[in-house]
Design a protein around this ligand. Sequence first.
Ligand SMILES: [Zn+2]
Length: 85
Amino acid sequence: MSDKIKVTISDEEYALEIKRCYLPVKITQPCPECGREVVRDLGEDYLSYPSVGVAEDLWMYCRGCSHEWELFIKLGLTVDVLEGV
Ligand SMILES: [Zn+2]
């Protein structure tokens, strides 16, 4: 890659302004109460007005025992400059 190309991504909060933000991301964790595997699929269960670079709270729900708990995630950005495409 050319060393003249520079990509700078701010590490400050960046609001996406997307009411229903579907992402190709799945978060899987065993339920803390019953151990059943719980999957939160952000491709189906969207984030509402998320921001990049800061903690976002995410609720997990176990269909096995109805336990609910909160996780925190942080969205990030990556940018790859493609050459010869
Ligand atoms: Zn459970």
